[in-house]
Ligand binder design. Structure first.
Ligand code: CA
Length: 405
């Protein structure tokens, strides 16, 4: 297993020094496979080994945030805009939780609330690549913000469409830009489709999306991947180093009344807005009788990027079911160290090389394929978040939003 820090451009040292908070070394256990790398070396190594040879990146990490606000998107955007470790090159709303006619103004509202109208907001796709849009108003309310009402934004989006904006920014800074994707992956897939060389220039992609432990819109699929499974598949198969922050960890990030009280107590615009959205979302969930949530899925992906100690990661080969009648959007994770074909410690490498084929469905009689084997050996394409330090996450989220960290 490789460790998470390699994929994160922000080193621990940068994080600690750029944060007002003094962060104690995480004491939380990493589990049996838990390679919790000591602060410093791996991430700094990863930093200097940028895959395009762009060299060591100094200062804030360049990111593009692709988003469908969305209750948890709104808080994730506010968190990101309050984080000096990030240089947000653009925000690119996409249709998802609610239609683009709402996600776009909601993103602009967040930019205005955070006083960050310097960040370009570029309108993205109105619909998935091949499917009709399915929204999640059941979870996010009709306006996407849990019913929390804010004034119409006066800021306008830039003229460039999102996919083209993503393409231009990645090309401007080859090897430097990390895509933080917290919505369906339509915009990213469109950008990759428009430029075959683009994937090789992206530093990494940290997504909120997917699950190896069941879905939240169908028993199989997590919402973001469900909405546009074809786009997600393009991303997983693109060669971009992907970090998947899925339901396996995000369902352990339930926002509580106490969190909202702490936000309400802080007297600043970001904190007050976050509290209002959080309060509405909690009430929305209560009224509908949900047992859990609202989970701060998207904020966890951003926070895990800011502070790698929040997540424990494991290497997987991940692919997406796109043709299932009941299962489209399911993410499948193959690994020689997980599941029923798990190998003895020390033998994973041989297993991966020799006898861990990536296997799909058995061929049908009508099919021209004769074998179910898709790949004859295990090659990881994704680091999947399998562990989370929820307390550390909420310390960062509430701390940043309330202005105390
Ligand atoms: Ca989202």
């Amino acid at each position: 297993m490789k460790t998470k820090q390699e994929i994160f451009p922000i080193t621990r040292r940068q994080f600690v020094t750029s944060s007002a908070a003094v962060l104690a070394t995480s004491g939380f256990a990493r589990g049996a496979n838990g390679a919790n790398t000591v602060a410093g070396s791996p991430s700094e190594q990863g930093q200097s080994e940028g895959k395009t040879g762009a060299g060591t990146v100094r200062g804030p990490a360049r990111v593009i945030i692709d988003t469908d606000p969305g209750v948890d998107d709104a808080l994730a955007l506010l968190l990101a805009m309050r984080s000096p470790e990030l240089k947000i090159e653009a925000i690119t709303p996409v249709a998802g939780n609610v239609p683009l006619d709402l996600t776009l103004p909601n993103a602009l509202r967040m930019v205005e609330i955070a006083g960050r109208t310097d960040i370009p907001v570029a309108a993205g796709a109105r619909a998935p690549l091949l499917r009709r849009l399915v929204t999640a108003t059941y979870a996010h309310g009709e306006n996407g913000l849990g019913g929390a009402v804010f004034p119409e934004p006066t800021t306008k989006p830039v003229a460039t469409p999102a996919a083209e904006m993503i393409r231009q920014i990645v090309r401007r800074y080859p090897g430097e830009v990390t895509l933080l994707t917290i919505g369906p992956l339509t915009n990213i897939a469109a950008a990759l489709n428009s430029d075959p060389e683009l994937a090789g220039m992206v530093r990494g992609l940290v997504m909120m999306g997917g699950s190896l432990s069941g879905g939240n819109i169908t028993p199989a699929a997590e919402f973001n991947v469900y909405v546009d499974p074809e786009a997600a598949r393009i991303v997983f198969q693109s060669g971009i180093p992907v970090t998947m922050v899925g339901l396996d960890v995000t369902r352990r990030t339930s926002l509580t009344d106490e969190h909202v009280r702490r936000l309400e107590a802080a007297q600043n615009a970001v904190s007050q807005a976050a509290a209002k959205i959080g309060r509405n979302a909690i009430n929305h969930n209560r009224e509908r009788g949900y047992l859990v949530g609202p989970n701060m899925h998207d904020s966890l992906a951003v926070a895990g990027f800011l502070d790698p100690a929040i997540l424990g990661l494991q290497d997987y080969y991940v692919d997406v079911e796109t043709t299932g009648e009941l299962t489209a959007g399911e993410t499948l994770g193959y690994s020689p160290v997980a599941g029923d074909l798990k190998r003895r410690p020390g033998t994973e490498k041989e297993a991966a090389a020799a006898n861990m084929p990536i296997r799909g469905s058995a061929p049908t009689l009508a099919s021209t394929k004769s074998s179910p084997v898709l790949r004859d050996k295990f090659v990881p394409n994704t680091k999947v978040a399998v562990e989370v330090d929820s307390a550390r996450f909420f310390d960062l989220l509430i701390g940043r939003l309330s202005g105390s960290k």
